[in-house]
Design a protein around this ligand. Sequence first.
Ligand SMILES: [Fe+2]
Length: 460
Amino acid sequence: MIDDARPTGAPAAGPDARPPLETPASLEALRETIAAELLAARARTAALTDCVEDRDLTAQHSPLMSPLVWDLAHIGNQEELWLLRNVGHRDPMHPEIDPLYDAFEHPRAERPSLPLLPPNEARAYAHEVRGRVLDLLGESPLEGAPLLDAGFAFGMIAQHEQQHDETMLITHQLRVGEPALAAPPPPPAPADAAALPADVLVPAGPFTMGTDTEPWALDNERPAHRVELPAFRLDTTPVTNGAYLRFIADGGYDEPRWWTPEGWEHRRTARLSAPLFWRHEDGQWLRRRFGVLEPVPLDEPVLHVSWYEADAYARWAGRRLPTEAEWEKAARYDPATDRSRRFPWGDAPPAPGNANLGQRHLRPAPAGSYPDGESPHGVRQLMGDVWEWTASDFRPYPGFRAWPYKEYSEVFFGPEYKVLRGGCFAVAPVACRGTFRNWDYPIRRQIFAGFRTAADAETD
Ligand SMILES: [Fe+2]
């Protein structure tokens, strides 16, 4: 994920391939929700692409990323493919451009050399597609076919655009030059962070992982299944920059014993010595954030570390990364009702008071923020702020079925990808829930990822 894993393709499975969905309150309410999500995504796309000159849109700011103008037309192309063609059975608008925007056909490094639509044409194409999609939405029954039930394909496309907005925000972070993004107010500081326990105990027992009922959940989040876990301890908050600096100061990057063999080899060849975007000048640690150089804030969750670095830190601290199942149990399981909830705070959708999501702020909130978003076990900031690396490889759940196409998740299953959970400040609420799974290579650092640590609970 956080990639271009949305290729051209036909649905992979038939109508019986998906579990039953929750019934929406009314079709009209569902239409309004979908329209609002599509509009919110487009407003964000516009904000991320209108704030720079055309030459910034067509330039490649890093070989790790596409030119922004590629994302822009790809968003429109996938919307046309899934909604106008697969749902609406319309003819292709510009079949000749389809291969240019197929993420599987052209790796990111290759994309600047393609005959891409220029910015004005890319915008006009995405706009034209959107107009036709809103017409289609107005006349769609939103039921009676797997892609239509509960507006699944519309929800998938709203999530897809927001995921590319996050990708484009990463491109902004990698871009060198004057700041282009308006600085929003900082997130709220916690009142009681100093009084929080370092970690919490999650007692042994089973819980339900994954979902059968989230209407817009993606295939890899399904199906719901019971998982039995021993007791474990989990950090109350993500690991902070201040804590990470102690790892650096203690020689953490110079000690092979804290690293896995692969991690140490990577640390050595890539010459890692601190999180990405950090530099040490005149005895002070600074970091560049969206074109602004500032002192590293000690109370913020650490960001832009690879899985290898997170894993080494945890070993240095005498702990380990949590497994994906541990993370989800801590985030969703409510012992009072023996039920897994949608979010740490309950079943209500995210609100500004309980999680730092949706690019409202251009940074994570200080550790310990959002007491109203706390989980039943007292864990904070599980949603939003920073993606959290887990110990787990990206694997299918028991009973997994690819939907709506194999390239969404199935082709990525295996040991080469590590799972990240919880979303970050750049993730939209529509693309975030307690079951959501992200995955990436363990060397990745440009993504908005941090971590928290866990430990086996001591038993008598
Ligand atoms: Fe995509």
